[in-house]
Ligand binder design. Structure first.
Ligand SMILES: Nc1ncnc2c1ncn2[C@@H]1O[C@H](COP(=O)(O)OP(=O)(O)OP(=O)(O)O)[C@@H](O)[C@H]1O
Ligand SMILES: [Mg+2]
Length: 378
């Protein structure tokens, strides 16, 4: 670069001198050629000014009279201006290019900002969609679970309905059989006795009295049986006198028929329970006592009704043989509804039922029903 500058400085001096030596001012071609060479050499306006200054110093003494000096200065000025033109043009082109570049940069910045905004929007949208998809997947899973649960419930409901229908039918059969075996047979017996009485012409007074006494006993039996049916179906005493008298009456009758000792202690406040809850307790006791009489071969039953915090607890314990409670509850035997029915009834009124059975300790059925000192009986 230094060599170039030196060489160009020398070329400048030679060219300027040649320019000054010419008679006419010329068109400045050689000066512009030098300007282009300076530009091509990577030099700037300041370098050209230095070359010009150098040439001025060298040529200063060449021109004696003031007129010629002034003339020469003007021509040197013209030469310098001409040499500057390519540099000036190049500079303007650079400035213009810079301006365009700046414009382009500005446009680029605007585009980049718009792109960044677009990207942020896209990211937000992606997050929103992902969240949406996750919610949909979760919703689908929940829906599937609900659907499966509802199918299970439906099956259970079908099974329970069938069991109830079956149980109702069995109960009707049982009532019909017992009515036929116990009541009708007795009534037929009475009828036979009465028919014999009607036909008999020469019956002694003694024989007549004996026949009437027999017929009376048959009538009494029938009356007792009909009472028992009525009590088992729905004891009027439960509605008229309350739970404790109803349970007393029921256990007294069962104890007499099945030869089992039944002890009962009861918290009197239980009568403040609503009618539905009292009926539930009666049905649970009825089923538990019937089960003991039917299956346990027990000699003794203890029944207690007490108040615990926020609930009434009824416990029925026997000293008979034990059984596997879980197995009995899970057994899909539509004929056995007693234990399931007790549980259903108690849970229906917001309570809970537990059954424990172990060898040597017999079976304990425990029902707990919410109790908050209800003022009026429902
Ligand atoms: N106190 C008990 N002692 C011994 N075994 C019992 C007792 N209670 C119930 N079980 C056993 O549990 C089984 C189921 O009882 P559950 O009351 O459900 O049916 P069930 O009495 O046979 O028929 P039902 O539907 O007429 O009540 C009984 O068959 C019996 O084997
Ligand atoms: Mg039973």
């Amino acid at each position: 670069m230094k060599t170039d500058r030196r060489e160009l400085t020398a070329r400048y001096l030679v060219a300027l001198r040649a320019h000054l030596d010419k008679k006419s001012p010329g068109n400045g071609d050689s000066a512009q050629g030098l300007g282009r060479a300076v530009l091509a050499g990577g030099l700037v306006t300041l370098d050209l000014a230095r070359m010009h200054e150098h040439a001025m110093v060298v040529l200063a003494s060449s021109f004696g009279d003031p007129q010629t000096r002034t003339d020469m200065i003007k021509r040197k000025g013209f030469f310098f201006t001409q040499a500057l033109i390519p540099l000036e043009v190049a500079q303007r082109a650079t400035q213009e290019a810079n301006w365009h570049l700046q414009q382009r940069n500005q446009t680029l910045r605007v585009h980049t900002a718009a792109l960044a905004r677009g990207n942020r929007r896209l990211e937000r949208e992606v997050i929103r969609r992902k969240t949406g998809e996750a919610t949909i997947i979760k919703g689908k899973e929940q829906y599937r679970e609900l659907f499966l649960n509802s199918q299970i419930m439906q099956k259970k409901l079908h099974q329970l309905t069938r069991q109830i229908i079956f149980a109702q039918e069995e109960e009707r059969k049982e009532i019909s059989r017992e009515l036929h075996d116990e009541v009708v047979q007795t009534l037929v017996g009475i009828n036979v006795e009465l028919a014999a009485l009607g036909k008999g012409t020469s019956v002694s007074l003694y024989a007549l009295k004996a026949k009437i006494a027999r017929t009376q006993r048959l009538v009494e039996n029938s009356v007792n049986e009909v009472h028992r049916f009525a009590r088992e179906l729905r004891p009027a005493v439960l509605d008229d006198l309350g739970l404790i008298p109803a349970l007393h009456a029921y256990s007294k009758s069962l104890a007499a028929r099945k030869k089992i000792k039944i002890q009962m202690t009861a918290f009197g406040g239980v009568e403040a329970l609503g009618a539905t809850k009292r009926t539930v307790l009666f049905r649970v006791a009825q089923e538990a006592l019937t089960n003991v009489a039917r299956h346990a071969q027990a000699t003794q039953i203890k029944m207690s009704i007490s108040e615990i915090s926020g609930a009434i607890r009824m416990e029925i314990n026997d000293n008979g043989k034990s059984f596997e409670v879980k197995k009995a509850l899970l057994a899909k035997n539509p004929k056995r509804l007693g234990l399931l029915g007790m549980k259903e009834r108690v849970e229906m009124v917001g309570g809970s039922l537990t059954i424990e059975s172990s060898p040597g300790h017999g079976t304990t059925v425990c029902a707990e029903i919410p109790f908050t000192h209800e003022k009026t009986k429902k």
